[in-house]
Design a protein around this ligand. Structure first.
Ligand SMILES: Nc1ncnc2c1ncn2[C@@H]1O[C@H](COP(=O)(O)OP(=O)(O)OP(=O)(O)O)[C@@H](O)[C@H]1O
Ligand SMILES: [Mg+2]
Length: 284
């Protein structure tokens, strides 16, 4: 049984300019221990589709799906209370903007201990011990001391680590990482990616890695979904995607990698015409 299974997900926002279809019939599944990458340009609905899974979209969003199930259990029609019991514990998400997702009014220690209290039912002493362990695991120096810091007292990279620590605090079965390294400088990017992949392997987590970086895909993913304008353009194992990209949009993404550059200028995705090319179907 798949860890997460989504069939025909659509998300429509009610906007002043009329309805906006941000996600247009996405289907996907992730197994335990598997890393699924979702790639695609800005605005292609990557974050929105995952926020729909988490139940974190604003009320202006209408979410529909033929199926959205976690470990075989429907999660689309859960009551908010039932949903909270799963989301944040069994499914955790590292948000795209770490600093915006931490609460500026509380210390980072309070925020991670709150997650441990809500979902793990640990007492005060056990929470503190676990929080220190988690901060150490994500490479935050002087973890005990850091628990008393507020988000604004920490760098972007440190906040990102705090977010990761909170996300993995309750040993989630599925971790959704939304551009977990984009906000960071290159040396820290590599450290954070290595850390995530280490945790993923150790805990056998299923993982959805959202990125627009094909280099990150090559390093982390087992399988890849290429998304464009809210639709799935292509789905394939990471090797077949890189070796024989079927879809023009995928080829465009790949040729925008620096190592694939041929002329004196890096091509961008908009240099290619692919809008009318149909979905090519799933490959192994
Ligand atoms: N709250 C909202 N209200 C209206 N439209 C929204 C809202 N949130 C997102 N959108 C729109 O939905 C579409 C998909 O956005 P989404 O954030 O999922 O893109 P993305 O693929 O994650 O892009 P990026 O790579 O920049 O993170 C965009 O057109 C965006 O403007
Ligand atoms: Mg996004």
């Amino acid at each position: 049984m798949a860890l997460l299974e989504i069939k025909n997900l659509t998300v429509t926002f009610d906007t002043a300019a009329g309805p906006l279809r941000a996600v247009d019939g996405i289907s996907l599944s992730v197994d335990a221990g598997e890393v699924l990458a979702i790639v695609g340009e800005s605005g292609s609905g990557k974050s929105v589709s995952m926020l729909a899974v988490m139940g974190l979209l604003p009320w202006t969003a209408t979410v529909k799906a033929d199926r959205m199930a976690f470990e075989g259990r429907d999660i689309l029609n859960l009551s908010p209370a039932e949903r909270r019991r799963i989301v944040g514990k069994d499914i955790a998400m590292i948000f795209q903007e770490p600093i915006a997702s931490l609460n500026p009014c509380f210390t980072v220690g309070f925020q991670i201990e709150e997650a441990l209290k809500q979902h793990m039912g640990l007492d005060r002493k056990a929470r503190r011990k676990r929080a220190i362990e988690l901060f150490a695991a994500v490479g935050i120096p002087d973890p005990e001391d850091r628990l008393g810091h507020y988000p604004h007292q920490m760098s972007g990279g440190q906040c990102q680590r705090v977010m990761i620590a909170i996300a993995i605090a309750c040993n989630p079965k599925l971790l959704i990482a939304d551009e977990p390294t984009t906000a960071l400088d290159v040396t820290i990017q590599k450290q954070i990616l290595d850390l995530l992949m280490q945790l993923q392997a150790e805990q056998g987590m299923g993982m959805i890695m959202i990125t627009h970086n094909m280099g990150v895909v090559a390093e982390t993913a087992d399988r890849v979904i290429v998304q464009y304008k809210g639709r799935k353009m292509e789905e394939a194992g990471v090797l077949s995607l890189f070796e024989t990209p079927e879809h023009p949009y995928t080829r465009a993404l790949l040729s925008a990698l620096p190592e694939n550059a041929t002329g004196d200028r890096l091509p961008t995705v908009s240099d290619f015409a692919f809008e009318d090319a149909p979905y090519k179907g799933d490959r192994a």
